[in-house]
Design a protein around this ligand. Sequence first.
Ligand code: ADP
Ligand code: MG
Length: 171
Amino acid sequence: MNVVLIGYRGCGKTTVGRMLANRNDAGFVDTDELIVHQAGASIADIFANQGEPHFRKLEEAAINMATKSAGRVISVGGGAVESKTNRSTLRGYGTVVWLQADIQTLWNRISSDAQSQGQRPNLAGGGLEEVEQVLNRRTPLYAELAHVAIATTNRHPNAIAEDIEAWLAIQ
Ligand code: ADP
Ligand code: MG
């Protein structure tokens, strides 16, 4: 399976991607994890010390690397779709799945995800409104890139993985 998971931070790309890969004996690459591993620094630190443009360069390289081999589930950072190059690389790799959730759910998941608080770049401090603003900017890009969109609000990651498998089976 060649699958790419896209969507806003907190939509479950990493969680569902790892699960989907495990269930299907596919490889799994999370490009955020790849960047952290290669840089030896958290994404929060890369943003703080080298700035977002540098992070976006590392992200483009990580996406190029992740898509070199077939048979993978690849989850990418929420902002990866803002690069046209990334959109074309990801679309060229395989089936693109957009995981969706309503804003309140995204916000709840992001704020309660203590483990990753120190790892991810801080939101600019605009709270729920900031999430809404960034989501509005990216929504047309997610929509353009995705082959299929799957709602994740109030759904267990396992059920979401099953949905993706069912959709792939009828292609
Ligand atoms: P992303 O990689 O898209 O930013 P994550 O997979 O890291 O999202 O999930 C963010 C947080 O939300 C994690 O704490 C995760 O456990 C939780 N989460 C992800 N998917 C779901 C879901 N379907 N239902 C409830 N919580 C979820
Ligand atoms: Mg993730």
